[in-house]
Design a protein around this ligand. Sequence first.
Ligand code: FAD
Length: 384
Amino acid sequence: MDTPTTADIVIIGGGVMGASAAYHLAQRGVKNILLLEKEEFFGTGATGRCAGGVRYQFSTEINVRLSLESLPMIERFRDEIGQDVSYHPCGYLLVATNEKDAAVFKHNVEMQNRLGVQTQLLSGDEVRKRLPMIRFYDAVAGTFHEKDGLGDPNSVVMGYVSAAQRMGVKAVNNAEVTGIRVSGGRVEGVETSRGVIQTRMVVNAAGPWAGQMGQMAGVHIPIVPLRRQMFTTNALKEIPGDFPFVIDFAQSLYFHRQGDGLLIGMSNQNEKPGFDQSVDEEFELVNLEAAVERLPLLERASRASHWAGLYEVTPDAHPIYGKTDVDGFLVCAGFSGHGFMHGPVSGKLMSELILDGRFSSVDVSLLDLARFEQGRLIKEYNVV
Ligand SMILES: Cc1cc2nc3c(=O)[nH]c(=O)nc-3n(C[C@H](O)[C@H](O)[C@H](O)COP(=O)(O)OP(=O)(O)OC[C@H]3O[C@@H](n4cnc5c(N)ncnc54)[C@H](O)[C@@H]3O)c2cc1C
């Protein structure tokens, strides 16, 4: 496709945020939108490498409220956007193995229940009863919500991109943004590997690379790329069809069904920030050992695939929405490892901000960029 030389709105990044923003802006009637993606395919950044988990279980009200808007959009996706996204409500079962986490879980469940999310608090025995094949001898408590589950990230991205294109959005891949032109404190254009595009508005939806886009515009955006990795197994007949997304919280170790096998991941707490997306084989062994310790039947499993991707981490593990000091340079990024599920509502929120001047689906005004300088951080405990 020929790259246009002007656009009313340029969206940088063809992951779930950029795709959702493009769709929601076009749906509200904006005509001249350009979505730019540096890779050959849309959705091959964090979105395409993610675990596909969707959950209501968070420790802060704002994240629960984002889930309350976003997860029904994933449930309704096929009807509204015309693309099946394999939404599968298998439930998330978070397991606490120490009293400190158990106390936080209890507090979280109370807050979630108050907001209308019917998460159940389980005892250690109830966890063991639900997951007999996992050695949770040390479980102290658990939380389960049956409408948490899984969705297919690639289908969500492609559903939004295709629907946006049908409404006239120009979505261009192999188009890397190399500079952002700012004059007199406002955006004037975007430099790309395919030429210069004049525009007065840029949405930075570059995920783990959003900090780099900020630098190009002269804006400090505190988003750090942090490698996370996972692997899948071959078919395991012992794993029941209703196996939930299980999280051993203290170890950040998780399992969920993937096809007829399992997807297994664990966060390396010693990982240093960086853009390396190769699998750390040494850490994969650490992950495997921890997984076998919990689920001994894995000794008989073989690895089917493995990959790594980048979390896009902010200092308080919450996203950044909205304006910056440069007029016309907006941010929608920094979801800190749980953004796939909040992608649908986040694109809608950006369309509200741009067209109405305020967020209406969820009031995310507290998640502005200025909070870091002003010390208004909001800590999320349920980061995996
Ligand atoms: C291993 C792993 C597991 C995860 N598991 C989950 C999960 O279970 N549930 C969940 O909700 N979230 C999960 N996440 C987090 C989730 O993937 C992200 O929060 C979300 O996908 C971020 O979407 P995004 O659109 O902001 O970023 P991305 O999907 O990374 O999109 C940004 C895009 O910008 C493009 N780009 C970058 N620089 C440029 C440039 N200069 N010019 C043009 N384009 C550019 C990139 O190529 C990329 O495609 C996980 C992430 C990882 C890495």
